[in-house]
Design a protein around this ligand. Structure first.
Ligand code: HMH
Length: 220
């Protein structure tokens, strides 16, 4: 039997919160086709703002990898993530037009502001690479699992939302998340007790922010 990795251990230990993030009511209503389109539009408009703030966060992880990583392969994986973010921003703009959203009129909501502030705290040069890459993995993994579920067997996702779900629910994005998870696990194996504790706490913070972000979309 292969030993459980640190991230697998945490996923098991914090299953309830993880499921709260990946099977949130917002996602469940996409999956069963009862989604309120106003909620979807709120999510779309707010997530565009989030992704814009996510770019400098990923750039900060890239810098940490360059300075601290023991494996050159990390840079390519993170750079690949940055490249897809450019495509994602283009997609968000096109979708906004399709759904009649004007980004210049979108005001960031409190959950979004809080999450972006959290990202900023992770960008600090004092924040360790191991901790930042673990948070990065968790942020991507929640979206991957949530949207893959909307495309899975038995899902009734409306056709007009399938492209959105496929953006994070596709197999390639799944592999990318696994690559991030492998980096995080490799680093966590060598981490000090303090770093491990910090990474676990911030992993939980990511899950909490993700839950709040989904809830913000359904509340509007
Ligand atoms: C809130 N979490 C949020 N937005 C995203 N686009 C992702 C994660 C994945 O990139």
């Amino acid at each position: 039997e292969k030993m459980m990795s640190m991230t697998e251990t945490w996923l098991k230990k914090h299953r309830l919160l993880y499921t709260g993030a990946t099977r949130n009511p917002f996602i469940l209503t996409i999956h069963d086709a009862t989604i309120n389109i106003a909620s979807f539009k709120t999510w779309l408009a707010q997530d565009y703002l989030f992704v814009r703030a996510f770019v400098p966060f990923v750039a900060s992880v890239l810098i940490k990898a360059w300075k601290e990583s023991d494996d050159n392969g990390d840079i390519e994986i993170i750079l690949g993530g940055m490249a897809s973010l450019q495509d994602e921003i283009t997609w968000f703009k096109r979708e906004a037009t399709n759904w009649g959203i004007s980004h210049s009129e979108v005001v960031p909501q409190q959950a979004n502001i809080n999450y972006c502030r959290f990202l900023e705290s992770l960008m600090s040069p004092e924040m360790e690479y191991t901790v930042a890459i673990t948070a990065f993995w968790a942020i991507e993994a929640v979206y991957q699992e949530s949207f893959a579920y909307c495309l899975g067997e038995g899902s009734k996702t409306p056709p007009e939302l399938k492209e959105t779900c496929a953006r994070w629910g596709n197999e390639g994005f799944g592999m990318y998340c696994q690559s991030l998870q492998r980096i995080a696990d490799r680093r966590l194996l060598k981490a000090s007790e303090d770093e491990l504790k910090k990474a676990e706490v911030l992993f939980l913070s990511v899950l909490e922010h993700e839950v709040e972000f989904w809830n913000m979309s359904t509340a509007a």
